[in-house]
Ligand binder design. Structure first.
Ligand code: AFP
Length: 334
């Protein structure tokens, strides 16, 4: 890929060629990318910018908010509220929806985001990121929380930005998955991979093994078999990776394959899982499927789930197709 194609040019060509993306959606994605660039610059400053550490406040998830959780949330709100593309936003860090104030034009899209995924890694300089998802607001006056509760297959755009050794933006508008790397000198995202593909098979799984004793039988069976390697029914050895930032673990899987598991477990049996459906599982599931992988709750395709509430949690298995299908089969057999 020797021609340097900027994100703006890529989106304009997508709009022009394929008519895939309406002008308003293109402009919205450019604004989200600019916000990610600002967050990346702030994250990079770390202690020098006084942005590390926690605040005294807790979010609706019951988690202590990090300074960067709040800073990233504000950057995304401020960047996106005035452009005229959005009717409202929802975030992991906000209890309710944020309706675009009347002083700005109301747009037709709804934006959801996890402003800073992997908060537990912020203070230890491990990759973190921003995850986003875009829906169309249903027709009708005003906007309600109910308007956000659409199955993942209704998304019109989804992506994430990893703040790691490089700042990398990965997105889909329903025509495959493209990756852009931030050129800090130029200050713009440059296309560095198109039509990313997740291999159907893999020998690498990602799960927080410390939760093993709390898992359900199908998950225990799957991981046990991976750990038995060549001496077990899989007949091949598996490696394990776990960053603790979904955005970084999924980026590795989109880049070289693998399977990511964050299953339901007995610690909080009333919760379907830890990860959030609307701004973690749905955007990642669509990206993985657009790259030829699969994404399941163990019992059904994540993108077919009808959300019941904004901060709904879900059990997540995603990545290399044949592994995700095997995990779903084990759930069916249990
Ligand atoms: P935080 O943003 O609260 O750190 O959670 C990150 C996350 O939602 C997801 O990015 C990780 O895959 C998962 O939780 C890590 O969970 P464990 O800390 O239980 O491993």
């Amino acid at each position: 890929m020797n021609k340097r194609i900027s994100l703006t040019r890529y989106l304009v060509e997508q709009q022009r060629m394929e008519g895939h993306i309406p002008a308003q959606l293109r402009l919205l994605l450019e604004v989200v990318a600019r916000a990610c660039k600002r967050i990346s610059l702030t994250v990079n400053k770390g202690a020098l910018g006084g942005v590390l550490g926690s605040t005294e406040s807790e979010n609706i998830q019951g988690e202590m908010q990090k300074k960067l959780d709040i800073i990233a949330n504000e950057v995304l709100i401020e960047a996106n509220e005035w452009g005229g593309h959005l009717a409202a936003m929802a975030s992991e860090e906000m209890d309710g929806i944020y309706i675009v104030p009347n002083r700005y034009p109301q747009g037709e899209y709804l934006l959801m985001f996890d402003p800073l995924d992997g908060s537990s890694n912020i203070d230890v300089n491990v990759s973190i990121g921003t995850i986003f998802s875009v829906l169309v607001k249903p027709d009708g006056q005003g906007v309600l929380e109910q308007d956000f509760l659409q199955p993942g297959h209704q998304q019109v755009a989804a992506g994430y930005c990893v703040f790691g050794p490089q700042t990398t933006l990965v997105l889909t508008v329903g025509d495959g998955v493209a990756m852009f790397t931030l050129d800090r000198e130029q200050g713009s995202f440059i296309l560095t991979a198109e039509n990313m593909r997740v291999p159907a098979d893999t020998q690498e799984f990602a799960v927080n093994m410390s939760n093993q004793r709390h898992w359900d039988t199908p998950v225990k069976r799957y991981i046990d078999e991976c750990l038995q390697g060549t001496t077990g029914p899989r007949g091949k050895d598996f490696n394990m990776r776990w960053v603790g930032s979904m955005v970084a673990d999924v980026h590795r899987i989109l880049t070289r394959g693998g399977v990511f598991l964050y299953p339901w477990d007995k610690r909080e049996p009333e919760k379907p899982g830890k990860l959030r459906l609307m701004y973690e599982a749905n955007p990642m599931a669509w990206l993985i499927e657009q790259a030829g992988g699969a994404a399941s709750t163990g019992k059904q395709r994540i993108l077919d789930l009808q959300p019941g509430k904004l901060h709904e949690r879900v059990s997540v298995f995603l990545g290399s197709k044949n592994e995700v299908e095997r995990i779903a089969r084990y759930h069916g057999e249990a």
